[in-house]
Write a protein that binds this ligand. Structure first.
Ligand code: ADP
Ligand code: ZN
Ligand code: ZN
Length: 746
């Protein structure tokens, strides 16, 4: 008798364990590990769905009491068993239920009927086909003979046959048809079958000769693989140094070995430009998964991967779970990007999960960035990742010259405009020379802090080295609060540092900047791009395209314009308020600022003319600004690591965030205190809080936050498990919700 351990498809902590069911004989073949099944659940035997995570022949209790699986869901996609193991690892590592984790590793769970059918056409004349039949028969290639027969029987001959019907009629696999296609016996019209959004683009590949550093990087990665070594590599290369070229050459070698590759790209950088580059190089063997695809399109891409019809999958975070059978390499481009962090349960980081998946399958992992995350660089220092460096821009372009402008000085000179004198002059020169300018507005941290316009002082927490968040009532800032420890002060009337009364929140939008540009430079044509510009992703692509074709002189935008695009005509980048992001009130603020500035600066001077960057700031002496201006990552890293060490922040130490939610404010507060008390009993842990969370109340649910810090991640996992058990024992699940997050940024 066969039994299955089933995870019920409902994300409730109390049901977060496998339930045993019997597999009826007639379902033995289909009810495999990873399959979606229908089960009678609970006292009322309500029909529910679930996933089989294990099969066994041993009943856990009285066989007579074990219910049977009702059915295997027909349209359900079966998860690879190693993806289920990965899901289990994720649940342990990040909290949440097994069901959450299964959902994460199975971005596509249901078959969506294909819209149109793919057709197989003969590529040779009828007579040739008859001749071929003879030859194939002599060689005893019977599968091919069956295909030829089927095609010969088609009426009319030139009309071919539907792909699926052909496969099932001839009992042949995709490989047979593909081989015949390669021999020019038949053609498969894949376009109509797979709703590929990039189908109609003619891409031209640009073949480049790798430079010495690029060559070394490729040789190291592929050489290791030849030797059977699957390592993790950090490709650290300045913007425009040819990292993508390194990825593509590695991919070429890996694919030629018969292995498959996943390429993760931040959603924001998933532009036509990037995809086309891969498409031009690898043609139909590459596919794209992204959030704008329809369910049917996603299903198609997923199935193609599973069937081995493609070798390369490009996509954002969730593409990490592409069901390739022979995964040889995972590439994570711009590994420092925040979009690799999942916001929903399980709150995983793609870099870490990629590492786990790669090690489970013996695949290599290649991370690339011009501004590596503290986490990745720390791993390099610890000897866990191997660093490969590209120190100069490919094609000989030089890094831009950066000028720091002190906005406090501008104010003293009675310049109240958003453009410093220097920036205005540079823009005018560009307009005269018909070169392009990007004006970058740092929207991160926008209006989220209080600062002094005269001396640049930002009001911060005396205990946590983060800025205090303003809390307003009726449009007035009433008090400031630290979201780590709860420290609170009334809104100061004067700058605590210089006594100036020009103190307040900072506010400036791209639309305002656009208007100011038009007023200040009436002859210039301006484009604007931010999250609000209409048209979504397609609209953004269009704006970037127009700018790349030099249809405008100036592009005003937010972080969105710093990624992915190459504008050879841009020789000036103006960064309007570089320090805004320093004050978002979380421990990654300096890192994010460095990254944004270095990436923005990297947009200048990609072509033949050298570029210039004007970086305007109220805090010109802050190390993240100084280091970004010097493009000196190592210097930044050393300084930042020191800060993280001092304050016990990741990657040196780890944080467990415990969020207590309840409609009853007092209850939330008290229970948070109770949990914090238990955490404080653990000698390995430094406990902060409870404090009101960053957003203290959402939809009338009150939110309290506790942070525990410890250098050992495993200890935090244990603390979480213990707290969970305690919450259950106290019977608090019905009154409070408690959520856990590991290493949360802010
Ligand atoms: P990154 O990904 O590091 O920003 P890319 O791979 O996009 O850099 O390369 C930047 C530009 O330099 C691209 O236009 C690319 O075609 C070109 N390039 C890359 N490698 C070389 C090379 N070895 N020789 C000449 N041009 C190159
Ligand atoms: Zn001041
Ligand atoms: Zn604090």
């Amino acid at each position: 008798m066969l039994f299955a351990d089933v995870i019920v498809d409902i994300s409730v902590k109390s049901l977060d364990r496998p339930f045993q069911y019997r597999i009826p004989e007639e379902l033995e073949e289909e009810a495999v590990v990873g399959a979606m099944v229908e089960i009678p659940f609970g006292k009322g035997n309500r029909a529910m769905k679930g996933y089989i995570i294990e099969r066994s022949t041993v009943p856990n209790y009285d066989v007579a009491k074990i219910k049977s699986i009702t059915a295997v869901v027909k349209q359900g996609v079966v998860a690879e068993s190693h993806l289920l193991s990965l899901a289990y690892w994720m649940k342990r590592q990040y909290g949440g239920t097994m069901n959450d984790a299964i959902k994460a590793v199975m971005p596509v769970r249901r078959e969506i009927k294909e819209k149109e059918h793919r057709q197989v056409f003969p590529a040779i004349e009828q007579e040739e086909m008859l001749q071929l039949r003879e030859e194939l028969q002599q060689k005893h290639q019977m599968a091919r003979v069956r295909v030829v027969d089927a095609l010969l029987s088609a009426v009319p001959f030139s009309g071919g046959m539907e792909y699926g019907a052909l496969c099932s009629k001839c009992k042949v696999t995709a490989q047979v048809l593909r081989a015949m296609e390669q021999k020019n016996i038949l053609t498969i019209d894949a376009k109509r079958q797979y709703r590929n959004p990039y189908e109609d683009h003619e891409d031209e590949d640009k073949i480049v000769q790798l430079n010495e550093e690029q060559r070394q990087a490729v040789d190291r990665i592929c050489g290791d693989r030849q030797k059977g070594i699957a390592d993790t590599y950090l490709l650290y290369g300045v913007t425009g140094s040819g990292k993508t070229e390194v990825y593509m050459q590695c991919i070429r070698e890996i694919v030629d070995r018969g292995e498959q590759v996943i390429v993760l790209i931040p959603e924001i950088a998933l532009t036509f430009q990037t995809v086309h580059r891969f498409h031009a190089r690898f043609g139909d063997r590459v596919s794209v998964l992204h959030s704008k695809l329809s369910a049917g399109e996603r299903y198609d891409q997923y199935t193609r991967a599973k069937r081995g019809e493609i070798d390369i999958m490009i996509g954002p975070r969730s593409a990490l779970f592409t069901p390739f059978e022979k995964l040889g390499l995972i590439v994570i481009d711009e590994e420092h990007e925040q979009s690799y962090q999942s916001e929903t349960m399980p709150k995983y980081h793609a870099r870490e999960v990629a590492r786990q998946r790669a090690s489970m399958l013996g695949a290599s992992l290649l991370l690339g960035s011009a501004t590596p995350s503290m986490e990745a660089y720390y791993q390099v220092q610890q000897g866990n990742f191997h660093k490969l460096t590209l120190s100069k821009r490919a094609g000989g372009a030089s890094l831009p010259q950066v000028e720091i402008v002190d906005l406090r000085e501008e104010l003293r000179q009675k310049n109240y405009s958003v453009f410093s004198r220097s920036l205005r002059q540079e823009i005018e020169e560009r307009l005269a020379r018909k070169e392009q300018t990007i004006l970058f507005l740092n929207r991160r941290g926008y209006a989220g802090f209080v600062s002094c316009r005269e001396c640049g002082e930002v009001v911060g927490c005396p205990h946590c080295a983060v800025s205090l968040k303003p809390h307003s009532r009726r449009g007035q800032v009433e008090y400031l609060r630290c979201h780590y420890c709860g420290y609170t002060v009334p809104m100061p009337q004067k700058c605590p540092s210089c006594g100036s009364k020009y103190i307040g929140t900072f506010g400036l939008g791209t639309q305002q900047v656009e208007q100011m540009v038009q007023k200040q430079f009436p002859g210039a044509s301006v484009l604007r791009m931010d999250a609000d510009t209409t048209g979504g992703k397609a609209g953004h692509d269009k704006i970037l395209q127009q700018f790349a074709e030099r249809q405008a002189d100036i592009l005003v935008g937010t972080q969105m314009i710093v990624k992915g695009h190459d504008f050879p005509g841009v020789t000036l980048v103006g960064i309007l308020a570089a320090d805004l992001s320093l004050n978002v009130g979380d421990y990654t603020a300096a890192e994010r600022t460095y990254q944004l500035l270095a990436q923005a600066a990297g947009r200048a001077g990609r072509g033949q003319t050298p570029g210039k960057v004007v970086l305007q700031t109220y805090q010109p002496e802050h190390y993240s600004i100084v280091c970004a201006a010097e493009q000196d990552y190592d210097k930044f890293y050393k300084h930042e690591l020191f800060m993280r060490q001092m304050l016990q922040y990741p990657p040196v130490s780890h944080i467990l965030g415990v969020l207590v939610l309840s409609a009853d404010c007092e209850l939330a507060k008290e229970f948070a205190q109770e949990l914090a008390g238990r955490m404080k009993g653990d000698e390995h842990l430094t406990v902060l809080g409870p404090a009101e969370a960053a957003i203290g109340k959402i939809n009338d649910i009150y939110r309290y936050m506790i942070y525990g810090k410890c250098s050992d991640y495993a200890v935090l996992v244990q603390v979480k498990d213990k707290l969970e058990a305690y919450i259950n024992d106290r019977g608090m699940q019905s009154k409070c919700t408690v959520q856990f997050a590991f290493d949360p940024a802010g």
